[in-house]
Design a protein around this ligand. Structure first.
Ligand code: UD1
Length: 347
C-alpha cells in the first residue's frame, strides 16, 4: 500500500547524538525537507550548524531549526500550525539511567508526557506516521538471550518504563485512528561517530562505556572503572551488543521507507546479534589507540543486566536492513577520532 509520499519530516532532538546522525543520512540519501525541534539541553547549536552545511552541499531537501522545548505545548502547536509534516521522528528524551532512578518524574514528564502531547498534535494536525526511539531498557533483565521483540518487557528503571509507556500510548492512539501508524526502534548499545568525523557524541558527561574509554585515552579522565567483574559471563564483566551509529542511522532510513510504503505498526530491535564484554571493549580501545590507560575494577553499578544481546532477524528480514559497520575496532576508532576532534577544535 504505497499510500504516502513523504515530503516534510519533523525530527525532535535533532541536535543530539543519534538524531544528528540520522539527519545527516537523510540529507545525504533522501530528498525530504527536514524540520528540527531541539531545546539544546544535551544537543548543540554547532551540530545544527554542521548539519546546515551538509544540507547546503547536498542539494537534496531543506533544513530548518526551531529552538523549542517539547514541554512548551503551545509553542510546539504553533510549529505544527505553520508547517505540514508527513512524518515525525521522535528522539528528544532524557536517557541517563541512574538519573532516572533519582528523579523519575523528570523522566515521566520529559519522556512520556511530552511524547503524549506530540502524538496528540500528530493526530490533531493529520500527521500520520511516527518513528519512535525506544531502548533495550524496556526489556529489563531479559528472560531470554538473544532478546526478541516478543521477549516480555519488564523495565527495571524509570528510564525504561518511561519509554515503554510511550510505546503503549502509541499503540493505543493508533487503535482509534486508522490514519496513524508507527514504527518503534529499540536501540541496544549505540556507539561510534560519523565516518567523516563531522559529528559525534558531544555531551561531555556521557556515561557510555565506549565514550568514557575514549575520554580516558585522551587524558580527560584519569582511569576507567569497570563496574563489576563478578558477573556470570566468560570474563566476569557485562556483555553488550554495540551498534555503530551509522548502522543505527541507516535503520531509521529503512524504517521511514517502510512507513511510507505500508500502513502498519511494527517494533524492531536494533543491534548486531552478538556482544562484547566490558573488558573486550576496553582492550579494543587500548589496541586501536595504542595507549595503555589505567583500569580499576569497582563494585557493580545498580541495574546493569549481565547480558544484553539483540535478536536482529526481524529488522533484517522485514526492512532488508544490512549493517555495514559491524566491527568493534571501527566503532572504537570513530568514537576516539571524535573525542580528538573535539579537543582539537575546542568543541
Ligand atoms: C544503558 C541503557 C540504555 C541507555 C544507556 C545510556 C539499559 C539496559 N540500557 O545502557 O538504554 O541508552 O544506558 O544511558 O538500561 N561500564 C563500565 N564502566 C564505565 C561505563 C560503563 O564498566 O565507565 C559498563 C556498564 O556497567 C555496562 C557496560 O559498560 O555493563 C555498558 O554500559 P553503558 O555504556 O553505560 O550502557 P548501558 O548501561 O548498557
Amino acid at each position: 500500500m504505497g499510500d504516502y509520499n513523504f515530503m516534510h519530516i519533523l525530527v525532535t532532538g535533532g541536535a543530539g547524538y543519534i538524531g544528528s546522525h540520522v539527519i545527516k543520512q537523510l540529507l545525504e540519501y533522501t530528498n525530504y525537507d527536514i524540520t528540527i525541534i531541539d531545546n539544546l539541553s544535551t544537543g548543540y547549536q554547532r551540530t545544527i550548524d554542521t548539519l546546515k552545511q551538509i544540507a547546503s552541499s547536498s542539494s537534496n531537501g531543506t533544513l530548518q531549526f526551531y529552538h523549542a522545548d517539547l514541554a512548551d505545548f503551545k509553542g510546539i502547536e504553533k510549529i505544527f500550525l505553520s508547517n505540514h509534516f508527513d512524518a515525525v521522528i521522535h528522539f528528544a528524551a532524557s536517557i541517563v539511567v541512574p538519573e532516572s532512578v533519582e528523579n523519575p518524574l523528570k523522566y515521566y514528564m520529559n519522556n512520556t508526557v511530552n511524547t503524549t502531547n506530540l502524538i496528540h498534535l500528530c493526530n490533531q494536525y493529520n500527521v500520520g506516521k511516527f518513528l519512535f526511539s525506544s531502548t533495550a531498557a524496556v526489556y529489563g533483565e531479559p528472560s531470554e538471550t538473544p532478546v526478541k521483540e516478543t521477549t516480555p518487557t519488564n523495565p527495571i528503571n524509570p528510564y525504561g518504563m518511561s519509554k515503554l509507556m510511550s510505546e503503549r500510548i502509541l499503540q493505543d492512539a493508533s487503535e482509534v485512528n486508522p490514519n496513524f501508524s508507527f514504527v518503534i526502534l529499540r536501540y541496544f548499545n549505540v556507539a561510534g561517530a560519523d565516518i567523516k568525523n563531522r559529528i559525534g557524541q558531544s555531551f561531555p558527561n556521557a556515561t557510555h562505556l565506549i565514550k568514557v574509554s575514549a575520554q580516558t585515552v585522551i587524558g580527560q579522565r584519569e582511569k576507567l572503572s569497570i563496574f563489576g567483574d563478578d558477573y556470570d559471563t566468560y570474563d566476569g564483566t557485562c556483555i553488550r551488543d554495540y551498534i555503530h551509529i551509522e548502522d543505527l542511522a541507516s535503520a531509521h532510513i529503512s524504517a521511514l521507507h517502510y512507513l511510507e510504503a505500508n500502513h502498519v505498526n511494527n517494533i524492531f530491535n536494533c543491534g548486531y546479534g552478538h556482544g562484547f564484554s566490558v573488558r573486550e571493549v576496553v582492550e579494543t580501545m587500548k589496541d586501536v589507540s595504542e595507549t595503555d590507560f589505567t583500569i580499576e575494577v569497582v563494585p557493580r553499578r545498580a541495574g546493569d543486566p549481565a547480558l544484553l544481546i539483540a535478536d536482529n532477524m526481524k529488522i533484517k528480514n522485514t526492512l532488508n536492513w544490512e549493517p555495514k559497520f559491524d566491527n568493534l575496532k571501527l566503532i572504537c576508532t570513530t568514537a576516539l577520532n571524535w573525542e580528538k576532534e573535539m579537543i582539537l577544535h575546542e568543541i
